[in-house]
Design a protein around this ligand. Structure first.
Ligand code: M6R
Length: 612
């Protein structure tokens, strides 16, 4: 996720910006930039890659006598991670710059309008549109122009704006992307997150959505973006240490990322579902209508958690689109006789876009004539460069080795892909499209509401489970892959031996393992296979298995089977996989934490597996 730092005060600005950006490195980034005013001009430096590259570009200007500026680390979402796409982005005159975190959903339409009016663009980013839009409205007051521009913008943003004609002033605003202000006697700061401020001040103001702030050295005013109404806000004193601050107060990145899931899901949906009509817009898929109509089979290729997302997608695509779907672990796919041809669409799913086996798999499929689409979280990664089309998940950087928000974002992207294929092949009615699209948006809100409560309930349970030697996870239908994912999460971070099974498969062997010492997490939502799953649960109970049930609120029958039941709200049945992932993630996290494991960097594992 991008990082923003802004400063206006008495210090020399460049070291402040660089130190702030260093403190935001944990957020993940692929390019960086900064800007300050000197001699009535904005001086801008940008570099692809790590901050050291930006420092080298700045070089001897580090001590320049300038006291106001903006810095940015970019996590690419629109356009590759190049110097030209790095922030700050300028208007046509170069007198106004913008740094931004978030996604401008209607940037395409705005860009067309601005191009028609004669604006010239020098990047592929959505952010640059903001610079030109503000330029369009700019007369003699920057804050007014920012307000007018934001009235035209759909999407999420935290932004900082700087204009050479008001050289000690910064304007910042927020909507759905984090932004915090720092205050000092003679200086003001803005930042995406608290760590950037801690070397300078512990006095902060958290900005809320639809707030705009004008900062000028030691003074500031906060107003409502839409109507300019003044807003009074409390200054808070932060007593976090730097490590706590990077994790946003969470003990581990994994926990932080679990809690970021509602936003990650919404970011992935952003701009792709038209709420009024339910229409799905996925132009980046890179397939013509004819190519979509001609698909005979889909091959989904992935590893680990991404493979579990693929397994869920098989249920969705086959049900709603009627195209047969094969799901392969990439390391198997590449070493068997592949019956793949031009009419088979190969889709790779990967958080990193660099997983060696998945990459080799799509190269092989491409060599056999298959079109390749990749679902990926990292813009510009190898897989995205080699694919014919890309559907980005916008989960933001995932730092914990155990994949959490990337997984639910992959499910989100795959569900939208299902709807898109159904729309293009006319296998899903308009009304159903609308219903399923809005159910997807709703599930993000539901997850947001339940996260703290489920964490607390899980914490209340783990004393009974944390020292288990083995663990089973079971589910049926759409929730069978979630059982696999739960088992993977637990084993990789707690080192407890765990297996996931289709509940109906138990009696074909694994039931022999059940006794009073075997914990079993069973996913039992009120869905089409509910009765079948309950029967499987009864079989476990009959053998004294230690049941931990996850079910639908109001299902009192589950409480007759065990004391340990976690209830989740009812959502659209198709979207249960997103919801039922949450307790499995939290159980794994809390058990690993209770066992004192290195949750974010489990032994023997790497975040990105770039070797076979
Ligand atoms: O980056 P990718 O999605 O291609 O990575 C695939 C797997 O290595 C990854 O999902 C792995 O299983 C995670 N550690 C699971 O939490």
């Amino acid at each position: 996720m991008c990082g923003i730092v802004g400063y206006t005060g008495n210090r020399r600005v460049v070291p402040v910006l660089l130190e702030g950006l260093r403190r935001l490195e944990y957020r993940g980034y692929d390019s960086a930039g900064l800007v300050y005013e000197y001699d009535n001009q904005l001086v801008k430096f940008r570099a692809a890659g790590k901050l050291i590259n930006l420092e080298q570009a700045v070089d001897e200007n580090i001590g320049v006598a300038s006291h106001t500026g903006l810095g940015h680390t970019r996590w690419a979402t629109h356009g590759a991670p190049t110097r030209d796409n790095a922030h700050p982005h300028s208007d046509c005159t170069g007198e106004l710059v913008v740094v931004h975190n978030g996604i401008i959903e209607n940037y395409g339409r705005l860009k067309e309008e601005l191009l028609a009016e004669g604006h010239t663009f020098s990047s592929e980013t959505d952010t640059e549109v903001l610079a030109h839009l503000i330029e369009k409205y700019l007369d003699d007051d920057l804050a007014t122009a920012v307000r007018q521009a934001l009235a035209r913008v759909e999407g999420s943003y935290a932004l900082g704006v700087f204009w050479v004609k008001e050289p000690h002033k910064l304007v910042a605003a927020r909507n759905q992307s984090p932004l915090v202000m720092g205050v000092d006697d003679d200086a003001c700061y803005i930042a995406s997150d608290i760590p950037a401020l801690l070397p300078f001040t512990r006095q902060v103001i958290f900005l809320d959505d639809n707030e705009l702030v004008v900062l000028e050295q030691g003074t500031y005013s906060i107003t409502n973006v839409a109507d300019g109404r003044e807003i009074k806000k409390e200054i808070r004193t932060i007593d976090w240490n730097p490590a706590m601050a990077e994790k946003g107060g969470f003990k581990h990145f994994m926990l932080k990322e679990i809690f970021e899931q509602p936003q990650a899901i919404l970011n992935t949906i952003s701009g792709r579902i038209v709420p009024d009509t339910g229409e799905i817009d996925l132009p980046e898929i890179g397939l013509s209508n004819d190519e979509i109509r001609d698909i005979e089979r889909i091959a989904l290729v992935a590893c680990g958690t991404s493979w579990h997302a693929a397994l869920v997608a098989k249920y969705w695509i086959e049900k709603w689109v009627g195209i047969p779907v094969d799901v392969d672990i990439a390391s198997e796919f590449r070493y068997r006789r592949l019956l793949v041809s031009e009419r088979v669409l190969t889709i790779s799913i990967s958080q990193s876009g660099e997983t060696a086996d998945t990459l080799a798999g799509i190269r092989l499929a491409a060599s056999l004539g298959s079109k390749i689409v990749t679902i990926c979280n990292v813009v510009g990664s190898t897989m995205t460069r080699e694919a014919d089309g890309v559907i980005y998940t916008h989960a933001g950087p995932e730092i914990g080795v155990a994949s959490t928000k990337a997984f639910t974002s992959q499910l989100t992207a795959l569900f939208m892909l299902t709807l898109y294929l159904g729309q293009e092949r006319q296998t899903i009615e308009q009304e159903t499209l609308k219903e399923l699209g809005s159910a997807l948006v709703d599930v993000a809100a539901v997850i947001d509401t339940i996260l703290p409560r489920v964490q607390q309930q899980v914490q209340g349970l783990i004393e009974r489970y944390y020292d288990s030697r083995d663990f089973l996870f079971v589910g049926r239908g759409l929730n069978f892959p979630i059982a696999l994912e739960g088992a993977l999460k637990l084993k990789e971070i707690s080192y407890i031996h765990a297996e996931g099974y289709a509940a109906g498969e138990l009696k074909h062997g694994p039931i022999a393992l059940i006794d009073k010492d075997m914990p079993v997490m069973a996913l039992v939502p009120k869905d089409a296979v509910y009765q079948k799953t309950v029967s499987n649960v009864e079989e476990i109970k009959a053998r004294q298995g230690r049941l931990l049930l996850i079910g639908t609120e109001g299902d009192s029958h589950l409480a007759t089977l065990t004391d340990d039941v976690l209830y989740l709200p009812e959502v659209h049945e198709e979207l249960n996989p997103l919801l039922y992932t949450i307790p499995a993630q939290l159980l794994s996290y809390e058990i690993a934490n209770r066992r004192g494991c290195d949750v974010d960097q489990p032994r023997n594992l790497a975040k990105s597996v770039t070797v076979e």
